[in-house]
Write a protein that binds this ligand. Structure first.
Ligand SMILES: [Ca+2]
Ligand SMILES: [Ca+2]
Ligand SMILES: [Ca+2]
Length: 200
């Protein structure tokens, strides 16, 4: 049983490590209060040389802008925050990258790419949902649910923020700069520990 649990744990850790980076927070506030927070799930320092953020405005199928993350890195379990240079000082204070490229207003799709492959996404590329995605996107701060550690790698299917995002009121900035997930592995390891203790 110990071996089975060990293998299960290794498999889970491997599957989680494959994601490496996820979008952990999305701020669509007033005026230039636009920000994205990316969380390093890899468990080690992550070099962002081959990572990019792309956005597709208003149902477009070609990127409206691409933000290259080359030259940056993220510590293990840490985040990197991107924002507009004219954002509120509360956002600027925790931002790692300021770029006027960053712009979205609730109905725009965002992709996170590694070596050209989508590793996470927000919204549905090629679809204009009206003013906002189902579950939220406009005038809102969205935080990735603590249980989500793998990205939405299919940016072409139906999107609702309700399944993977917790919603906060417009211009909520106090969650930017950190992310604390609750990986399934911790829950399973705890359960495994209880199980093994009971068998003794
Ligand atoms: Ca838009
Ligand atoms: Ca999707
Ligand atoms: Ca956060």
């Amino acid at each position: 049983m110990k071996r089975v649990l060990f293998l299960l744990t290794v498999l889970l850790l491997v599957s989680i490590a494959n994601a490496d980076l996820i979008i952990s927070e999305y701020v669509e506030g007033s005026s230039y209060n636009k920000a994205l927070e990316l969380y390093n799930t890899s468990g080690a320092v992550l070099d962002l040389n081959d990572f990019q953020v792309k956005a597709y405005h208003n149902g477009k199928s070609t990127p409206s802008y691409t933000i290259d993350l080359a030259g940056y890195s993220v510590a293990a379990d840490d985040v990197i925050v991107l924002c507009h240079p004219s954002a509120d000082s509360a956002i600027l204070n925790v931002a790692d990258i300021q770029t006027s490229s960053i712009s979205f207003n609730g109905d725009d799709a965002i992709e996170l790419l590694y070596n050209g492959s989508v590793i996470d996404s927000f919204g549905q590329v090629g679809v204009d949902p009206g003013s906002s995605w189902d579950g939220g996107g406009k005038d809102v701060t969205l935080r990735r649910m603590a249980t989500i550690l793998t990205g939405d790698t299919d940016s072409s299917n139906y999107f609702t923020a309700a399944t993977e995002w917790d919603s906060y009121s417009k211009d909520t900035f106090d969650g930017l700069g950190s992310h604390v997930p609750e990986p399934m592995t911790i829950a399973i390891l705890s359960l495994g520990g209880i199980f093994l203790r009971r068998r003794k």
